[in-house]
Design a protein around this ligand. Sequence first.
Ligand code: ADP
Ligand code: MG
Length: 290
Amino acid sequence: MPAHSEPNNSHPSHTLHDPVIRVVGAHKHYRLGDRDVRALAGIDLTIQGPGFYAIMGASGSGKSTLLHLLSALDKPDQGEVRISGQNLATMSEKDLTLFRRRRIGIVFQQFNLIPTLTAAENVELPGMLAGDDPATLRARSTELLAALGLNGRSAHRPDALSGGEQQRVAIARALLFKPRLLLADEPTGNLDSASSKRLWALLAQIAQGQAVAGNGDSEGMTIVMVTHEPAAAAYCKRVFVLMDGMMRGHFDTPGDPEAVGIVASQYQHLVSAHAHNGHAAAHSPGHPVA
Ligand code: ADP
Ligand code: MG
């Protein structure tokens, strides 16, 4: 196995040919009292390179569970998760901690900012905890906050910021170490629709390498957003449809944020195609999954 797990900011060129995300046959069950909850039932997912991608599905379809596997916050019961070619199952706990801190960024519906710290301090916190040079961190947080439209907000505490601004601080924090991959779990769940649209547009720009210099690959970075909203998915270039813990297929959007109706009907098409067949199509006996 190639050992390229150095916990630094560089992205060795030999990993660039590996897909950013490769999931094969991932299963995940939860035990709830004496009940066995099947959250993921054999997920395959490949995301080759930079771009803004959506994982779309109804509440309870397994979206957050899948994101937890991608961010190494949790492990599959079965199957394999590779990020930039690296099999997460073969990494030590120490390497996983460094991987989570430096190689991927993650943002949630809750902004998870520390209320007593300023915007700049919140952005710098992961670097401070890692013992990085404070002056370098301040330069990076200043650059990020400006790029995300938060000029003049760096000394504000979270309660002096709007929801949209707080989420942008959380994104700046997630980008601190220039990760190749940013994961976002319903990032606009606490925002009004105008702020949501601004945030989706910003994520699309970041993915194209426009908003923030120096992130990801030269062509941009990979952003995977979990959502149940067609309006959000319309900002993405490709949508993966998750239903009952299974990947129902994917489609490419028109690439136009206004094309919400088209995205909604493409999504519905995949969902209802499978609803008619029930689960039989995915599990037909005699047709084992290769
Ligand atoms: P989504 O993010 O799409 O709403 P989740 O991944 O959160 O879906 O959940 C998928 C399924 O797994 C749901 O049925 C949910 O109730 C169940 N589940 C998620 N987390 C847990 C947990 N920690 N314990 C028990 N069941 C869970
Ligand atoms: Mg969820």
